[in-house]
Design a protein around this ligand. Structure first.
Ligand code: NAP
Length: 494
């Protein structure tokens, strides 16, 4: 039976036991916490390992960091309006937005509370959550909003430990880092690199960009909003909603190209022509002309990437990196670059994210062990052997073409329905049936098989077997449809 403190409706919870613990204060954790707060379901706490909220938008502080989804879409639909100043907000503005949202949760958020382990106690039907300060909390339901792109990937170049200058990862940027007038090497040409490169170029003496794969880059068409537009969007809920809907559906339409390769090939031909037009230097053009099918990796948005590559003090090096010395980077053909600092825009450990070791389900099995065959989660959220445990933005719930915040809100609404259903049944425990999980995984594998992501690119979307385990293989609308209500028959209860 559900105890009084597990009814999800009580207002003064005991300090060490909670009905619900949410880990993380990025968009995911805050979205669920705010929904519960607004519904007066207050027996929960949010744990945040850092001193301030924001998740990825707090941690990714490299120069030029911004969102490549328009902010009126990349924000919570139910939250109070925010006065976005430009179409694509910069990281500090998004961090301020999240801090504002977190503020309304007050002491519901416990900062500097890093989870060191969380294990399912079958006999008590509880999760036991241990923190870095040695304290221990328990909860009936546990939600991990820890972000799949939270752990930076540090490539192991031979000799990298001998480099004497600063070695900076875009996901761990130190605020006071000054690279003015320095010779800087930038490794990577992904979503982070195409933002940090143009931001660094005007201030450094030399920028050498090491490209392994030429990315597909299309115009972002960023612009500030006029004061009049800002006022209208701030004051008119109707206009705000209409604009958000328009932004959503234009992106969703573009998503059709991922499902129809013929359409993507037409867009590809257009971007090639555009690139030929814009980049006059034929040697540079040849280097940046992508060799992979468009959409195979994330399509990048930038208004400044190509022009940055044409600056006289910027070099695009496509020779593979051979090794690194105290003051030099040496390529495979022996070119030596003297460097004062090295910027790694080399992405994240998605497929082997160490957070999977933190969570221990039935019989002490870790998520990492459970995922040995394949990373998967029913609707991107639940695994058998992990009762009462939800992942936010888990496997198969990422997006390449639309706002991840939309997916997060589908998930948090679904979790709310799931919790309400379990409470209505008077049960303390529920988990997804192994059969439903297997059927979902098979469906995802089948639908991913002919996707563009599996057409020969190497990316964080793919596991070591080359299978997509990251993205939802369809339009986000179809994900909304699948999560619009809780499908009780796919679960077992105790
Ligand atoms: P990423 O997409 O994984 O790109 C990493 C880059 O580093 C790639 O160019 C990769 O080359 C290169 N690289 C990695 N290891 C290397 C090695 N050993 N030697 C040479 N090059 C190496 O990482 P990211 O740019 O940080 O982006 C990751 C994700 O974060 C994105 O897909 C997106 O979801 C998110 N993001 C979003 C935004 C936004 O505006 N919303 C901004 C930044 C990031 P290859 O291509 O050859 O592998």
């Amino acid at each position: 039976m559900v105890r009084q403190s597990d009814s999800l409706m009580t207002s003064s919870p005991p300090s060490a036991h909670w009905s619900l613990i949410i880990i993380g204060t990025g968009f995911a954790g805050l979205s669920l916490a705010l929904q519960r707060m607004n519904g007066r379901q207050e027996d929960f706490i949010v744990l945040e390992q850092a001193q301030s909220p924001g998740g990825t938008w707090r941690d990714n502080r490299y120069p030029g960091c911004a969102c490549d989804v328009p902010s009126h879409l990349y924000s919570l639909s139910g939250a109070p309006p925010w006065d976005w100043q430009r179409k694509y907000a910069e990281a500090p503005d998004i961090e301020a937005y999240l801090a504002h949202l977190a503020h309304s949760l007050g002491s519901r958020i416990r900062y500097r509370a890093q989870v060191t382990s969380a294990s399912w106690q079958a006999h008590k039907q509880l999760w036991q959550v241990e923190l870095n300060d040695g304290s221990c909390l328990t909860c009936r339901f546990l939600v991990a909003g820890v972000g799949p792109l939270s752990e930076p990937a540090w490539p192991d170049f031979p000799g990298v430990e001998n480099f004497t200058g600063p070695l900076l990862h875009t996901a761990r940027w130190s605020k006071n880092q000054d690279l003015k007038g320095q010779r800087v090497g930038l490794i990577g040409t992904g979503a982070s690199a195409i933002q940090v490169g143009p931001a660094l170029a005007p201030e450094v003496a030399q920028l050498i960009i090491f490209q392994r794969t030429a990315p597909w880059v299309v115009d972002r068409k960023d612009h500030p909003y006029t004061p009049g537009i800002r006022r209208l969007l701030r004051t008119s809920p109707f206009l705000r909603r209409a604009y958000r809907t328009w932004l959503y559906f234009t992106r969703e339409l573009k998503g059709l190209a991922f499902l129809r390769p013929n359409l993507m090939r037409k867009i590809e031909a257009y971007v090639r022509r555009d690139l030929t037009h814009k980049v006059v230097n034929p040697r540079l053009r040849q280097k940046i002309m992508p060799k992979t099918p468009m959409g195979c990796k994330r399509i990048l948005l930038s208004d400044t990437w190509w022009s940055t590559l044409e600056f006289p003090h910027v070099t695009l090096e496509t020779d593979p990196i051979h090794h690194i010395e105290a003051t030099h980077l040496v390529t495979e053909t022996g070119t030596r670059y003297a460097l004062d600092a090295l910027v790694l825009a080399t992405g994240f450990r998605y497929q082997d994210n160490p957070m999977a070791r933190l969570f221990k389900g039935e019989e002490g099995i870790t998520l990492e062990e459970f995922w040995k065959e394949q990373r998967s989660a029913y609707l991107g959220m639940m695994m058998p052997s992990f009762p009462n445990f939800f992942l936010l933005t888990g496997p198969f719930s990422g997006l390449g073409h639309n706002s991840i915040v939309f997916m997060i809100e589908c998930q948090t609404r679904w979790i709310q329905s799931a919790l309400a259903h379990v409470a209505a049944l008077g049960k303390s425990e529920f988990k997804v049936r192994a059969q439903a999980y297997a059927a979902f995984t098979n469906e995802m594998n089948r639908r991913s098989k002919n996707s563009l992501w599996m057409q020969g690119c190497q990316s964080w979307y793919l596991d070591p077997e080359g299978r997509n385990t990251a993205l939802w293989p369809g339009l986000s609308l179809s994900y909304w449809w699948r999560t619009r209500r809780f499908n009780a028959q796919d679960f077992e209860y105790a």
